[in-house]
Design a protein around this ligand. Structure first.
Ligand SMILES: [Zn+2]
Length: 131
């Protein structure tokens, strides 16, 4: 199941503020449609209820590449190495909570990327192999 949340979006055309559901977490093995929209860069499509302007939000996302034991945190703001390292520290803190998570962490590769093209390449390869 995809993890979603409700956020407030500012319409870039008419400036209206509206609430919309966005995706924060995708499990590629379960969310095939989302995987496809991720590949085309359209994972977080929102539409203004007033002027109908469609926007694709570039937000951070956690993507689980099951069964490849790879978790990718896509964060467009993580261009600086320090930000990426902070994410990895947080991840290590989370998996350090208990033994089950720690074992899972040892078997799982965690990657932080800020490059949308790199994310698309990963998803494209995944869909080729598991599609
Ligand atoms: Zn609008």
């Amino acid at each position: 199941m995809a993890g979603t949340s409700i956020i407030t979006v500012d319409c870039e055309k008419c400036k209206k503020k509206y609430e919309s559901e966005v995706v924060d977490h995708i499990d590629l093995s379960e969310d095939r449609d989302l995987a496809k929209s991720l590949k085309t860069g359209k994972a977080n499509r929102v539409q203004c209820p007033k002027c109908k302007k469609v926007m694709y939000l570039d937000r951070s996302l956690v993507i689980n590449f099951e069964p490849e034991s790879l978790i990718v945190l896509y964060d467009p703001a993580a261009r600086r190495k320090a930000v990426r390292e902070e994410h990895i520290r947080e991840y290590n803190t989370v998996i350090g909570i208990n033994e089950t998570l720690e074992e899972l962490g040892e078997e799982t590769e965690f990657m932080v990327i800020s490059d949308k093209k790199k994310l698309r390449d990963l998803v494209t390869n995944y869909l080729k192999e598991h599609g």
